[in-house]
Design a protein around this ligand. Structure first.
Ligand code: NDP
Length: 293
């Protein structure tokens, strides 16, 4: 078994991005600029946004964090989005989800200009992904693709089972794995909560991608010997033996499954670390006008 080491790969990708920023500046361009919009004080959202901003600094991007109180109205937030859409000095921006209940997340996502939607959530970008056109692929699926690519995982003609059909992970990674690309060209099955015989279907997978949000759900008897296992799930489990009081686990029972797998992503240290790299890669593409010109 070999680990698909998100820490190692993300360090490499960050170095590659930093190098590209240096080249851009040498050609007289400004550094790519990412803006993060944070509404309210949700602890997890703060952590994610702070990490995104910190990583911008690491690769030499400009970044701006815009904070708004929980009671910002939907209209006011839409105005913020419009201003960011029109600002030529901003290459991309994200509105950190979840938003307070009185704001319709779908309306906000739709208001973001597709050219600046570096999260890849706008229907235009999802549509382009489906059609195989250049697009901003959402961060987690792009992170999975990058890690498979770096480890030269052969996906062509393989059976790929994706557990989970969310708009941000399961569905886009399943689409990407069907495409005539590398990684891609797999024969893909998507599973969800209504799937019958999940265990048997998972056990047919040469490549098993799990994004179900159920801690340590996938056990060894659900995995084919030699499978490549990508675990997207991330959960805090109370653990008194840790200083923090918790440990992180994925959707896969790692200790059982790892000895059976040929490659597996650990949690932490797997897919999660790739997610921020993907956001930066999308922002770089925007700055270089690679998707929309
Ligand atoms: P969602 O809750 O949006 O989707 C979960 C999916 O799993 C749904 O499609 C659901 O089916 C399916 N599912 C749930 N239970 C079962 C079951 N018993 N059998 C089969 N399918 C099931 O989650 P996300 O896609 O947003 O996230 C999945 C996990 O990945 C979470 O743990 C999340 O925290 C993590 N995550 C990690 C990221 C990272 O950077 N590492 C980024 C994003 C997410 P149905 O549609 O029928 O309800």
């Amino acid at each position: 078994m070999e680990l698909l080491d998100g820490k190692k790969v993300s360090t490499e990708v960050l170095a590659e991005i930093a190098q590209e920023v240096v080249s851009l500046k040498q050609q007289g361009a400004r550094a790519p600029h990412l803006v993060a919009v944070l509404v309210g004080t949700d602890g997890a959202s703060e952590t994610y946004v702070n990490s995104k901003v910190k990583h911008c600094g690491i690769v030499g991007f400009e970044s701006t964090l815009l904070r708004y109180n929980e009671d910002i109205t939907e209209r006011e937030l839409l105005d913020v989005v419009q201003r960011l859409n029109q600002d030529p000095n901003i290459d991309g921006f994200i509105v950190q989800l979840p938003l307070p209940k009185h704001i319709d997340e779908r309306k906000i996502t739709l208001a973001i200009a597709p050219e600046k939607d570096v999260d890849g959530f706008h229907p235009s970008n999802v549509g382009r992904l489906t059609l195989g056109l250049p697009t901003y692929v959402s961060a987690t699926p792009l992170g999975i693709v990058e890690i498979l690519k770096k480890y030269n995982i052969d996906t062509e003609g393989k059976n790929c089972v994706v557990v989970g059909r969310s708009n941000i992970v399961g569905t886009p990674i399943a689409i990407l794995m069907t495409k005539n690309t590398n990684p891609g060209n797999a024969t893909v099955t998507i599973c969800h909560s209504k799937t019958k015989n999940l265990k048997e279907i998972c056990a047919t997978a040469d490549i098993l991608i799990v994004a179900m949000g159920k801690p340590e759900f996938i056990k060894a008897d659900m995995v084919k010997p030699g499978a490549v296992v990508v675990d997207v799930g991330i959960h805090r489990i109370a653990d008194d033996s840790k200083k923090s009081g918790f440990r992180l686990v994925g959707d896969v029972k790692f200790d059982e499954v790892a000895p059976k797998a040929s490659f597996i992503t650990p949690v932490p240290g797997g897919v999660g670390l790739m997610t921020i790299c993907s956001l930066l890669l999308n922002t770089l593409k925007s700055a270089k006008k690679e998707i929309y010109s």
